[in-house]
Write a protein that binds this ligand. Structure first.
Ligand SMILES: Nc1nc2c([nH]c(=O)n2[C@H]2C[C@H](O)[C@@H](COP(=O)(O)OP(=O)(O)OP(=O)(O)O)O2)c(=O)[nH]1
Length: 130
């Protein structure tokens, strides 16, 4: 069974969290997620996250702390996801790989069609927003 390890960013500004929508084609097409991506060989989760966010959003982030580890079995693959809190150090977000993005308030969190593995992260975020 295919297995992957992924790092994801929980970015909160002004009491809103950043969510991004995957492109319609491909794995989990159209689903909402926290930006990030797969760890490459020899990379730590933090290193992968900094690299992926630079690639996907064109910004430099500072990773603050580890938030939660999620393990989830999708029909075709098993995913281990590490979510971190982080903040933008430099740059303005540009969507380079996602089709849409939103800054969500607490009450809006469950309006989105989240990738299944993200549910525990969204629950955690719910407690971080007021
Ligand atoms: N980045 C990210 N990926 C997630 C989340 N939730 C979730 O199930 N995933 C899945 C989607 C993908 O299968 C995998 C992330 O890898 P990725 O974004 O690099 O995957 P990809 O297939 O788009 O990229 P690639 O193979 O072209 O490099 O993890 C999430 O919140 N953030």
């Amino acid at each position: 069974m295919k297995q992957m390890e992924v790092a994801a960013l929980v970015l909160i500004e002004d009491n809103r969290v950043f969510a991004a929508q995957r492109k319609n084609q491909g794995a989990l097409g159209g689903m909402w997620e926290f930006p990030g991506g797969k760890l490459e060989a020899g990379e730590t989760g933090r290193e992968a996250l900094i690299r992926e966010i630079q690639e996907e959003l064109g910004v430099t982030i500072e990773v603050q702390h580890y938030l939660i580890k999620v393990e989830h079995q999708y029909p075709g693959f098993f995913i281990i996801m590490h979510a971190y809190r982080g903040s933008i150090q430099k740059g303005t977000i540009q969507l380079r790989e996602h089709q849409a993005s939103r800054w969500l308030q607490k009450e809006e969190l469950w309006q989105l069609d989240w990738a299944e593995a993200d549910i525990p992260i969204v629950q955690k975020v719910e407690h971080l927003l007021s």
